[in-house]
Design a protein around this ligand. Structure first.
Ligand code: NOJ
Length: 530
C-alpha cells in the first residue's frame, strides 16, 4: 500500500511561550526552541508543531493573529523562524505551524479597515449583523460586539478581540491562501488548523460546527495551498467523531491528513458544568471511543493519538492516580503509541509533567479561566469551589513552563516566568530524568526508537487492529497484525492488580523493573509475536 510521508511522523507540540526563554523576559521564544533542537532530536520526534507565534496582542495567547506574515517580536523574528526551519530540517524534523483561519485579532489590518465603513473592501472579510442573535462566546458572554462606526455588531465565537472571518467572501479566502502559501514556500511542512470545523458556519441558523459549506471550503483550501506540497495537516475538530471525521480524512476528498477528535475527553464532562467539572474517569468508556476510531475504514481514516495539548489539563492528573506517576506516565504513552495513526507528544509529557499549582486566582493567565471564575460562580459555585474547579480544569495547567531542571526558573527562564505553577516534586525534570535509565524520558526514547524501527514501523502503519480482553474493563489491550506478525499491547489502566495473561512472544516494552505473573497498577506490556 502506498503511504504518505505523514504516516511515519511522530509529532511534538511546542507551546512557544512556555518551552524555552532565551532572553530572560520570562516568555519562551524561537531562539529558545532552536537551542533545544538537540534535545528533541535525541527524543526521536520527526515534526514540531508550534502553537501560534505570529504578531498578536495575545488576548488568547497568540490564537488572535494580527499579522499572518510576521513572527511576534516577543518570540523573535522571521529570520529566527527561517533558522528554526533550517536547523530543525538538518536534524530530520519538520515544522508545523498553527494556522488560525476561523478568526483574526481585532488588531489585524483587515479588521481595522473593515470596521471603518460598510464600503471598505475589507468589511466583507468579517461577519456583521444589525440584529445579533443569542449565540454565546466560548469564553463567556454574547458572541456579538457592537461596532460604533458601522452601527453593526461583529461576530466573535471566542474573545471580543477575535472577530470571526467570513468564509463566504472569496477575497477573504484568497487572502488566507496567500498567507498559507507564504509559509509553505518558506519550507514549513504543514499546518495544525485551529477550530477548522467552524469555517462553514451558518449563523442565522445557529450552525457553527459542521456547517453546510465546511467541506467544500476545506477542499478549496487544500487545492490552493498545502495540497500542492508533501504536507501534513491536522484539523482541530471538537464536534466530530470517528464517523464524521472521515469527511475530512478520506484522501479522495482532498481535505486534511487527519483531525484531532475530543469526544474521548468530552465523555467525562459534567452535564451542567461541562468541562469545568468532570465525572470520574472510566477506562472502559475511554477505550471504546478510541477503538471505534481504529475500526473505521483504514483507507479513509488516519488517526491522531494524543493525551495532552495546550487546551487541556494534564491527562496524568485527570485519568490516573499520581501515587503511580512514573508508571502511569509510561503506560499512557505505550498503551496508545502502537495504534494506527500519528502520535502527538505535548511538551512535558515525556517527563511526566502534571498540572500547575496556582496559589491564588491571580495566578491564572488564560482569558477563559479568568472569565469562568465568575461564570462558574454565577452558575452556582462558591468562590472556593470555582477556584478548585479551575485548579483541575484550567488551560493554564498545560501551559506552565517546561521543566528543564528543578531549580528556580526551571531552566526555562532566567527571569520571572509569565505563568508559574511551580512547586512540583523533585525528579520530574529533563536534567534529572536524563540521568536515570528508568525514567519516563528514557522510556519515551526507547518506545519512539522501537516505533520507528522495522519490522514494527510497517506493522504499526499498516497492520489490522483488533481489541483483546474486552471483558477486562480496566484494560487497554489490542493486537496489530500484518502478514501473520503481531504486536500485542496490554495495559492496566487502573490501580487494581490482575493476573497477567500468558502471551507468547518477545517483550518489546515494559514499564516495571521486573516481570511477574501479575498486571500491577498501570503496568503495560508490548509484545512482538512473529
Ligand atoms: C483552539 C485553540 O487550541 C485554543 O487555544 C484557542 O483558544 C481557540 N481555538 C480559539 O482560537
Amino acid at each position: 500500500m502506498a503511504h504518505s510521508h505523514f504516516q511515519d511522523d511522530i509529532v511534538y507540540q511546542i507551546y512557544p511561550r512556555s518551552f524555552q526563554d532565551s532572553d530572560g523576559d520570562g516568555i519562551g521564544d524561537l531562539k529558545g526552541i532552536i537551542s533545544r533542537l538537540p534535545y528533541l532530536k535525541k527524543l526521536g520526534v520527526t515534526a514540531l508543531w508550534l502553537s501560534p507565534c505570529f504578531v498578536s496582542p495575545m488576548e488568547d495567547m497568540g490564537y488572535d493573529i494580527a499579522d499572518y506574515y510576521h513572527i511576534d517580536p516577543i518570540f523573535g523574528t522571521n529570520e529566527d523562524m527561517d533558522e528554526l526551519i533550517y536547523e530543525a530540517g538538518k536534524r530530520g524534523m519538520r515544522i508545523v505551524l498553527d494556522m488560525v483561519l476561523n478568526h483574526t485579532s481585532k488588531e489585524h489590518e483587515w479588521f481595522k479597515k473593515g470596521r471603518e465603513s460598510v464600503d471598505n473592501p475589507y468589511h466583507e472579510f468579517y461577519i456583521w449583523s444589525k440584529t445579533p442573535n443569542d449565540i454565546q462566546s466560548t469564553f463567556g458572554g454574547s458572541a456579538w460586539e457592537y461596532n460604533e462606526a458601522t452601527q453593526e455588531y461583529y461576530f466573535h465565537l471566542y474573545a471580543p478581540g477575535q472577530p470571526d472571518l467570513n468564509w463566504d467572501s472569496q477575497k477573504m479566502r484568497e487572502a488566507l491562501y496567500d498567507a498559507c502559501n507564504y509559509w509553505l514556500e518558506k519550507g514549513v511542512y504543514g499546518f495544525r488548523l485551529d477550530v477548522i470545523e467552524n469555517i462553514g458556519k451558518e449563523i442565522d441558523k445557529h450552525i457553527i460546527q459542521n456547517g453546510p459549506t465546511l467541506h467544500e471550503r476545506l477542499h478549496e483550501l487544500n487545492r490552493n495551498t498545502f495540497g500542492k506540497y508533501d504536507s501534513i495537516t491536522i484539523g482541530e475538530c471538537w464536534c466530530a467523531d470517528h464517523n464524521t471525521r472521515l469527511l475530512y480524512t478520506d484522501p479522495s476528498r482532498e481535505e486534511l491528513s487527519m483531525v484531532f477528535l475530543f469526544n474521548d475527553w468530552g465523555a467525562f464532562h459534567d452535564p451542567y458544568y461541562g468541562k469545568w467539572k468532570c465525572r470520574p474517569f472510566d477506562p472502559h468508556i475511554y477505550r471504546d471511543i478510541i477503538y471505534a476510531r481504529q475500526q473505521t475504514d483504514p483507507a479513509k481514516s488516519w488517526d491522531t493519538i494524543f493525551w495532552n495539548n495546550h487546551d487541556l489539563p494534564r491527562a496524568l492528573n485527570r485519568y490516573t492516580d499520581l501515587n503511580y506517576r512514573k508508571e502511569a506516565a509510561k503506560m499512557l504513552f505505550a498503551s496508545t503509541l502502537f495504534l494506527r495513526g500519528t502520535p502527538f507528544i505535548y511538551q512535558g509529557d515525556e517527563i511526566g509533567m502534571v498540572n500547575g499549582h496556582f496559589a491564588s486566582i491571580k495566578d491564572f493567565r488564560d482569558i477563559e479561566a479568568i472569565n469562568h471564575y465568575q461564570i462558574l460562580q454565577n452558575m452556582g459555585m462558591s468562590e472556593e469551589e470555582a477556584k478548585a474547579a479551575l485548579d483541575k480544569t484550567a488551560r493554564d495547567n498545560g501551559r506552565i513552563p517546561m521543566r528543564w531542571n528543578s531549580r528556580k526558573g526551571y531552566g526555562f527562564t532566567k527571569g520571572t516566568p509569565w505563568v508559574d505553577g511551580g512547586k512540583d516534586e523533585k525528579g520530574f525534570s529533563v536534567s534529572e530524568e536524563e540521568k536515570d535509565p528508568t525514567s519516563i524520558l528514557s522510556f519515551y526514547k526507547e518506545a519512539i526508537a522501537l516505533w520507528k524501527k522495522e519490522p514494527y514501523r510497517t506493522l504499526i502503519r499498516e497492520g489490522s487492529f483488533s481489541p483483546d480482553y474486552l471483558e477486562m474493563t480496566d484494560w487497554i489491550a489490542y493486537t496489530r497484525m500484518l502478514n501473520g506478525k503481531r504486536l500485542r499491547v496490554i495495559a492496566n489502566f487502573s490501580t487494581n492488580t490482575y493476573p497477567k495473561p500468558d502471551i507468547p512472544g518477545k517483550v518489546l516494552l515494559h514499564n516495571y523493573l521486573e516481570e511477574t505473573d501479575q498486571l500491577r497498577p498501570y503496568e503495560v506490556y508490548v509484545f512482538y509475536v512473529d
